[in-house]
Every structure is written in C-alpha cells, then in structure tokens.
Design a protein around this ligand. Structure first.
Ligand SMILES: *[C@@H]1O[C@H](CO)[C@@H](O)[C@H](O)[C@H]1NC(C)=O
Ligand SMILES: *[C@@H]1O[C@H](CO)[C@@H](O)[C@H](O)[C@H]1NC(C)=O
Ligand SMILES: *[C@@H]1O[C@H](CO)[C@@H](O)[C@H](O)[C@H]1NC(C)=O
Ligand SMILES: *[C@@H]1O[C@H](CO)[C@@H](O)[C@H](O)[C@H]1NC(C)=O
Ligand SMILES: *[C@@H]1O[C@H](CO)[C@@H](O)[C@H](O)[C@H]1NC(C)=O
Ligand SMILES: *[C@@H]1O[C@H](CO)[C@@H](O)[C@H](O)[C@H]1NC(C)=O
Length: 605
C-alpha cells in the first residue's frame, strides 16, 4: 500500500513539477457547450473547406458531395451530389465564381456560379491531384491560378505552375517533393516585385543514416514572370529560387525537418507578414517556427547561390523584371540550374521558435486578436493528432496554452480547418462531419474577475458592469501579458464574486485510512492541502489532488481544505469538515464513509 502510494506520488509529482523546458500544458479543458456540428453523411477521405458567401457559412467539398453549410440556419444548407471526389475548392474573386476540381479516376475542374453546376470546364491535368491522397495546394491571385499537382503523363515535371493567362510550367524536378502551402508575397509598393511563395519539403538526396529524410524549403516565383526566350526556359520559370527553412536549436542538436502545415498572418506592410510553420521531428516533438516575409525576401535577394562562386549576372536571377523573355542568355542559363540559396531562412530574431515536447500537432491556423488594450495578440489554433484542439497565446515566442478544446470523440482525426477571423469561429473537418467551434467561450472561465484575468485569453475580458467574463472590448479589463489579478481591484473595482469553494462534512469511524478528494480545474496551478497551520502536498491522480488521512483517530476531528495557487493568487477549492464518530453514533445515524471507500476503490482500479 505504501509502496503503491509512493510510486503514485513521485510519478504524478514529476508530471507537475519536474517538467522539462518545452512541456506545456493546457490551463483549462473544455468538453461541451462551444460547438455545433453538421454531418457530412458517410465517410470522406478528403474534405476541402472554403469561406462561404456570408458569416456562419462555409463551402465544403467531399467525396461525391458539394455543400454550402449554414450553421446559423442548418435547414437552409445546400447539398448537391457531384460525380467526383473534391480535391480543390477555391474562390476566383476576379470572376466571383467557385473553382472546383475533383477526381473519379479522371480529373476535372469547373467554374461554378451555382453549386454543382459546371459553368465552364477547365483542363485539370497539373491543377487537380490525380488521387485524393495527393496534397497539392493551389492559390488564386487576380484571376491567375498557381497550383502544384503532378502531371498524369509526366511525374518528373512536378512543381508550381501557373494557368489561365500566362501559362508557366515547372522545370523537371530533381528530387521527390511534397507541397504544403502557397502564399502571396505582396502587394509591395513596387508591384512588379510581387512574388508567390511555395512551402514544401524535398527528399534529402544525402543517404547518410543520420541525415533527415526531408528538407523543408520555401521557393519563390515572380508574378510577372512570363518565361524565358524561345531557346532557354520558354514557358518555364526564370525566377524560381529555393531556400532552406531552418528550425531547431543547434547547441541542443534538436532539429525539425518535417514540415506539416503553414499559416500566414498577412500584415499591412507585406514584409511584416508572418509565416507560422508547423514542424515535427522523429521523436514526435512539435515545433512552430515563425519567419517574416521580409526575411525570406532578403535571402532570395542577397544570399549567394549554392555552388556558384563566379560573378552573378545582371539582372540577378530571381529579380522580377518586366519582360522575362528578353533576359540575357547568361541569366537564363543560370536560372535553368534550379538555383538554391546558400543561406538558410532563420526564424524571427531568437524568439521565433516554440517547441512542444509532448504535443503532436497536425494543423495550424493563426488569428490576430484585438484585446481590451491598444495592442494586438496572436493566437494559434492547433489541432492534435487525436482530435483535440489547442488555443495558444503566443507572446514573445513563449506559448501559453489557454485552453484545450475537446469537441470530438478521442482519436477522431482532423482533416482540415478554416478560421473565420471576422466571427472568431474555427471550422473543423473530420471524415464524417464539420464542426463550428466558437472561440469566444469567455463565460467558461468562471464568474469571477480574477479567474477571467488569469485565463489570459485575448478574446475575453472582465466587464465590470455586467460582472461577467465576456468578449473583450474597450469596456473590459484584461491582462494578457502578466495575468495579474491585481487589475481587478484597481480603479473602478470589479467588485467580483469570490470563488465559491465546495464544503463537505464527513462522518468517519476512528479506524482505517481515507482519501480526501480535490479537483484540479486549472492545470497550471499548484495544489496543496491545509489543516491547523500545516500544509501538505497532494497525492496526484490524473484529475484530482488527494489527501491521505491515515489511521483515522479523534485528533483528526477538524477542518481540511485544499488550495490552488496560480501566479501568486490563492483560492480555496474544497473544504472538508471531518467528524470522527463512534460506532454507536454511526449505527444510529446510518451514515457511512462511502465517499472514502469509493475513492479508494477508484484509486486501485
Ligand atoms: C468520371 O466522370 C466523368 C465525367 O466527368 C464520366 O464521364 C466518367 O464516366 C466517370 N468515370 C467513372 C469511373 O465514374
Ligand atoms: C472517391 O471516394 C470514394 C468514397 O470514399 C472512394 O471509394 C473512391 O476510391 C474515391 N475515388 C478516387 C478516384 O479517389
Ligand atoms: C519528382 O517529384 C515527383 C513527386 O514527388 C516524384 O514522384 C518524382 O520521382 C520526382 N522526380 C525525380 C527525378 O525525383
Ligand atoms: C510517434 O507517433 C506515432 C503515431 O502516433 C507512433 O506510431 C510512433 O511510434 C511515435 N514515435 C515515437 C518515437 O514516439
Ligand atoms: C514595366 O512596364 C510598365 C508598363 O508596361 C512601366 O510603367 C514600368 O515603368 C516598367 N518597369 C520597369 C522597372 O521597367
Ligand atoms: C453531431 O451531430 C449528430 C446529430 O446530427 C450527433 O448524433 C452527434 O453525436 C454529433 N457529434 C458530436 C461530436 O457532438
């Protein structure tokens, strides 16, 4: 018994106190009351999602189905059967149409004004993936489509291509590639210099056993690139450059090379736009590295070219020029070599990396949140391998997991996510349903100013008038940076309710042992037991902090309470009044120590 307790104690306390540098935990967990779901009917291997025509609406493409889901009025949702499994679902803003591609063994691409009706067909080869398992991101920029799907007749011309107005083909690829995401690098003051960036992984040709199998990269092409001359690079990119993305800690020998997902936070000035890249390593650690578009651009415009020591011709390869067809042969011949940059793209100055040792993330979306104060906060929405979702505050490169959302059955995988930033809704796709997750779950933090502040949720603030934790505005109180509850008593006091602790009276016979239970609603708090001026550590289980009352005797007839301490703020959670009674009294009152016994049984199961 004591050995068991000791093991339990040490195992659990290392979980809380002996944590490593990167072992972050969600402060609170939410399981219900924050989402709505819409069933897709059947099982779908791939689900594409796109912002709908109005708030609360999303377009969804799945296997043999196209939908316009209206979460505000589910009965008004539209569903049509399509002959293909959807692989591409985009909006062409220049013509105000949906651009949809699918496969039934043969690929097809359509422009649609009404859901399911092809207004015009497009050739699909190289735009639509051949198989539903092929990830091939694509992007519309002013009516031009950039895509990354493989060609059915030539698997060696794999890469970014452009269609519709000025068709440009990828060069033959020298290694296997996996495309993750595309983004516009612009609009710049000089729009001639606008580029499209591609985030991808290349198979590492280095077969050394310790070499990583993949190399994460970013590549650029110019929007004005019209291909080379009749002899060199005709209808192929003349501005295609590739640079390696660096993510890791050199002195700890921790590197991340498997790029899983990318989210871009576009800023008013293009060069301030931030790229959030989600990586995993072979030990299943996750990392998010943050790069700015300005830094990526500097590598492309300044770094030496790998394997080139001779003088660089003018214009420098990769610069965007008005008429690429008239570029000198010298430049085109150099561009033909599929240029790689010598220098790697580094995360933003030393704070641009977040490492999570025990969280396996698969998808990332990023939101910029206006809080109560003048500044803005960055929130990351991360899906985990097993379907949980983390809402993470990013502050100076330090992650703080504000909440863990559990809208799905454990183990259900997230296939896709879409953030609707205007309404603060996150749409989460699984193989059977689409969920609308409300990110403004402020009341779940408690009816108490201090708890609202300590939540550090940039979406939420304490409203002193309604005395509620509510959606942040200029009328609410917040302290996302320091989470200091002292803001609750400053100025116009919030005058909030105290945290109401639970009280239980227990009648015990003077024999045997007993555990007292205390729940742990906040994962970042430290919990302890108190009685008569004594403080005692918890015996931890997954969900509770327990106190062992050993050898029950009349001296223990007193009050025991359990406290949570977080950020220097203490609150009592549970209070027990133990009454040690004798047998005769017990028989007369038919009470029993059932609570104790149940706890013990639960512990040993
Ligand atoms: C695939 O769809 C095309 C129409 O786009 C149709 O002609 C063809 O019969 C379909 N093939 C299969 C195997 O369903
Ligand atoms: C389309 O989806 C169906 C149903 O999930 C699947 O059986 C079929 O193999 C898929 N077809 C292609 C070409 O991916
Ligand atoms: C080009 O990329 C495709 C897709 O990743 C791959 O199947 C093909 O083998 C690559 N070609 C070469 C020469 O590595
Ligand atoms: C990483 O996670 C996968 C899937 O969850 C698992 O199969 C694999 O064993 C894990 N690898 C390590 C080194 O923990
Ligand atoms: C590019 O062409 C446009 C008009 O076609 C012209 O206004 C502009 O000055 C040119 N830019 C450069 C850098 O030559
Ligand atoms: C989604 O909705 C269906 C009813 O349409 C329900 O049966 C199912 O339990 C819901 N799923 C979740 C995770 O709530």
């Amino acid at each position: 018994m004591f050995l068991f307790l000791w093991v339990l104690h040490t195992a659990c306390s290392s979980r809380v106190f002996g944590s490593t540098d990167f072992d972050y935990k969600a402060r609170v967990t939410l399981k219900e009351g924050f989402f709505r779901n819409y069933s897709l009917g059947g099982h779908h291997s791939r689900v594409e999602i796109l912002q709908g025509p109005e708030n609360g609406m999303v377009y969804v493409g799945a296997n043999f189905r196209l939908l316009l889901i209206n979460f505000e009025a589910p009965k008004k949702s539209k569903e049509v059967i399509w002959q293909h499994n959807v692989t591409v679902l985009l909006e062409d803003k220049s013509t105000d149409t949906l651009f949809v591609c699918g496969t039934n063994g043969t690929q097809i691409c359509c422009s649609m004004e009404t859901l399911g009706t092809c207004r015009s067909l497009h050739k699909a080869d190289g735009i639509a993936p051949i198989s539903v398992d092929e990830r091939a991101p694509s992007l519309f920029v002013d009516g031009e489509l950039y895509s990354t799907a493989g060609l059915s007749h030539n698997r060696n011309r794999f890469g970014i291509r452009r269609d519709f107005q000025n068709i440009i083909w990828p060069a033959p690829n020298k290694t296997e590639q996996r495309y993750i995401s595309l983004a516009l690098s612009g609009p710049r003051v000089d729009q001639l210099q606008d580029r499209v960036y591609t985030f991808l992984m290349e198979k590492n040709l280095d077969s050394h056993p310790e070499a990583s199998p993949w190399i994460p990269c970013v590549s650029q092409v110019c929007r004005v690139d019209h291909g080379g001359s009749k002899n060199i690079l005709q209808q192929s990119w003349t501005s295609h450059l590739t640079a390696r993305l660096s993510c890791g800690i050199r002195h700890k020998n921790v590197y991340f090379t498997e790029l899983l997902d990318v989210a871009v936070l576009h800023a008013e000035t293009w060069s301030d736009s931030r790229v959030y890249a989600l990586f995993r390593n072979i030990w299943n650690m996750s990392a998010i590295c943050v790069y700015t578009m300005g830094d990526i651009d500097k590598i492309f415009t300044n770094s030496a070219f790998k394997g080139h020591s001779e003088q660089i011709p003018t214009p420098r390869p990769g610069m965007c020029v008005n008429n690429s067809k008239t570029l000198p042969d010298k430049v085109l011949n150099m561009a033909k070599e599929q240029l790689q940059m010598e220098r790697w793209v580094q995360p933003v100055s030393d704070k641009g990396m977040m490492i999570f040792s025990h969280q396996q993330y698969t998808h990332i979306r990023v939101d910029q949140v206006k809080g109560s104060g003048p500044g803005e906060h960055t929130v990351l929405l991360l899906a985990l391998e097993d379907g949980r979702i983390h809402k993470v505050l990013e502050q100076k490169g330090q992650p703080f997991i504000v909440a863990e959302l559990q809208p799905l059955q454990p183990g259900v995988r997230v296939l896709n996510m879409l953030l609707q930033a205007t309404t603060k809704k996150l749409y989460v796709c699984t193989s059977t349903e689409v969920l609308e997750v409300d990110l403004l779950t402020c009341e779940s933090y408690g009816e108490n100013c201090e708890l609202c502040i300590q939540a550090r949720d940039p979406y939420c603030g304490w409203d002193p008038r309604s005395r509620k934790c509510t959606v942040a505005s200029s009328h609410t109180i917040q302290d996302v940076e320091n989470a200091s509850p002292s803001v609750c008593t400053k100025g116009k006091a919030c005058n909030s309710e105290k945290y109401i602790s639970q009280e239980i009276t227990l009648d015990l016979l003077p024999s045997g042992s007993c555990f007292l239970r205390c729940p742990m609603p906040w994962a970042h708090a430290e919990y302890s037991w108190h009685y008569q001026g004594t403080q005692q550590q918890c015996v931890y289980t997954e969900e509770d902090c327990l106190l062992l009352i050993d050898n029950v005797n009349p001296q223990q007839d007193r009050m025991y309470w359990c406290e949570a301490s977080e950020g220097g703020y203490r609150r009592t959670i549970m209070t027990y009044r133990l009454k040690i009674v004798n047998k005769a009294w017990r028989l007369a009152h038919q009470h029993s120590g059932i609570l104790c016994i149940l706890i013990l049984i639960a512990l040993f199961l």
